[in-house]
Design a protein. Structure first.
Length: 201
């Protein structure tokens, strides 16, 4: 997510790095605001469903990133205070392959200034939930296998189920936001095949 077009120096990114192995690839979570950049990275398995939670703990004594996989904390970044993002007019894209400014991916790559994907996301996403607030492991456990409702979930900003029904209407490329905030999206280069892995319930 970033507040303007092109390469942005105010953004946060959750991405998979290129990998030639069949078992896994690096999962990268990066937060950038001006000259302040920090990153958390862990391994994500290929060919299996996983629940990924990326959190920015923006509070006194924390100020770090945390990456969870299947309700297990896998990586915590170094602490760093960060400036405002100015996302009031920001655009959130999923699977876009956007180029963003970032921190180094590890100590051996300290010269890295940008994350530049070589292709768009190739895989399946069951749901995408965006919260303004932290998701502790007990909260992750409680909500991991159930449909949630905006009236009983604190801080839910956006909730995309990707299970819109197909039919004879002309809005099949629309992705509905089920958070109650009407932050609906649109699939670029939509085709019927993009809905084949959806669960209609």
């Amino acid at each position: 997510m970033k507040p303007n077009e092109g390469v942005s120096d105010r953004a946060f990114t959750l991405a998979l790095s290129a990998s030639t192995t069949t078992t896994g690839s690096n999962l990268i979570f990066s937060v950038v605001s001006g000259a302040t950049r920090f990153t958390a990275k862990t391994t994500c398995a290929k060919g299996a469903w996983q629940r990924i939670v990326a959190s920015y703990y923006r509070s006194s004594g924390q100020n770090n990133l945390k990456l969870y996989v299947d309700e297990q904390l896998k990586k915590t970044s170094l602490s760093n205070e960060i400036d405002d993002f100015y996302f009031n007019v920001g655009t959130m894209t999923i699977g876009s392959g956007s180029k963003v400014a970032t921190g180094s991916l590890n100590a051996e790559e300290a010269e890295a200034e940008f994350f530049t994907p070589h292709e768009t996301f190739s895989g399946s996403i069951d749901e995408f939930r965006f919260y303004h607030g932290l998701r502790s492991i007990p909260k992750q456990e409680a909500d991991k296998t159930k449909t949630i409702y905006p009236n009983n979930i604190e801080g839910l900003v956006a909730y995309y189920k990707f299970n819109e029904p197909t039919g004879s209407h002309n809005m099949e490329e629309i992705v509905l936001d089920s958070s109650g905030n009407s932050l609906h999206g649109k699939i670029t280069n939509y085709s019927q095949d993009l809905r084949l892995t959806s669960s209609f319930y």
